[in-house]
Design a protein around this ligand. Structure first.
Ligand code: ADP
Ligand code: MG
Length: 301
């Protein structure tokens, strides 16, 4: 029979958006010493937003954003959607015509009789365009922090001039910082992040989240199939690990962890592999699982 206190706790948990699939996982949660978060979609929003705009020469930042958004208006690319959304937010609107997609490099269109292109590094190389020193310094800063950098170019076919640049990044969830602070207050010794992203991107996000160098850890550039190796690595070092993730790629790591926690809408595979499922995608909900575990099992001893 299920002890009454647990049956009650589980009912309370369901109300708080915590679905306990595996009672033993919930019991283990109170002894966890490391919480391993998947980065994208869990600690970050999982979608790009414009985080910087710069104009070269006498072009204003707003002008760069307005023209870039006009050029991107018909593009389905996630980076294009982010630029259009940013321009809408600032109530900038311009019209473009003659939209053309430059596969794998960017897009092109006419605005006020001039031809503009928006694109990544490949486009910049192809059009052999160089930015002013000031603008190049800004874009280097952005790239070092792990942002995607796009340039806005005015072109007459063979030649192009850089009109401005935009930085796009997958933003840290504002609640993630608080979640990490709360976990520490609960006595969690080590916060860990795992991602397939490049090391500079991962480290920038970790710094933004307040990771403590030397104590907290970042696994970067991890192949999707190797995520569960990180869990095993932490366990070999004697740590009890709770893994928090939402993606198909996270399933093996969720299964291997002492406690697997699927977060948010999550994918079916992630939910199947997890012992605990959280209804919200707010990472602060993880502290609720620890509190529930401690409250439930303390009473039984
Ligand atoms: P990915 O899916 O990795 O973005 P794509 O082939 O779609 O690969 O694009 C490759 C690169 O080309 C992008 O990273 C970006 O730099 C540039 N690019 C593609 N589409 C656009 C667009 N609509 N606007 C600006 N840059 C773009
Ligand atoms: Mg693509």
């Amino acid at each position: 029979a299920i002890p009454l206190v647990i049956a009650l706790s589980t009912a309370v948990a369901a109300k708080g958006g915590i679905l306990v699939k595996d009672r033993l996982a919930l019991e283990r949660m109170r002894t966890v010493d490391a919480v391993l978060f998947d980065k994208t979609g869990t600690l970050t929003r999982g979608e790009h937003v414009v985080t910087g705009v710069v104009g070269g020469g006498d072009t204003s930042d707003d002008e760069v954003l307005a023209v870039a958004a006009a050029v991107e208006a018909d593009s389905e690319h996630p980076l294009a959607r982010a630029i259009v959304a940013a321009a809408q937010q600032r109530e900038l609107s311009r019209r473009a015509s003659g939209f053309r997609s430059l596969t794998g490099r960017g897009v092109q269109a006419e605005v006020d009789g001039d031809t503009y292109a928006v694109g990544g590094p490949a486009l910049l190389r192809e059009l052999n365009a160089t930015a002013t020193e000031g603008l190049a310094a800004r874009t280097k800063e952005w790239a070092d922090r792990g942002s995607a950098v796009l340039h806005l170019l005015r072109t007459d076919g063979d030649r192009a001039v850089v009109v401005g640049a935009l930085a796009l990044a997958d933003e840290v969830r504002p609640e993630a910082r608080q979640a990490i602070a709360d976990l520490r207050a609960q006595g969690i010794r080590k916060i860990v992040m795992i991602t397939g992203d490049a090391r500079p991107v991962a480290d920038a996000v970790a710094a933004d989240l307040g990771f403590r160098p030397g104590e907290d850890e970042v696994y970067a550039e991890v192949l999707p199939a190797d995520k569960d190796d990180a869990v095993a690595d932490l366990q070999r070092r004697g740590l009890r690990v709770a893994m928090v993730g939402d993606g198909v790629n996270d399933a093996p790591a969720l299964a291997r962890a002492d406690v697997g926690i699927a977060i948010g809408a999550g994918t079916d595979v992630a939910i199947e592999s997890a012992g605990v499922v959280l209804a919200s995608s707010d990472p602060r909900a993880v502290t609720g699982v620890i509190a529930l575990s401690r409250a439930s099992y303390r009473k039984m001893i």
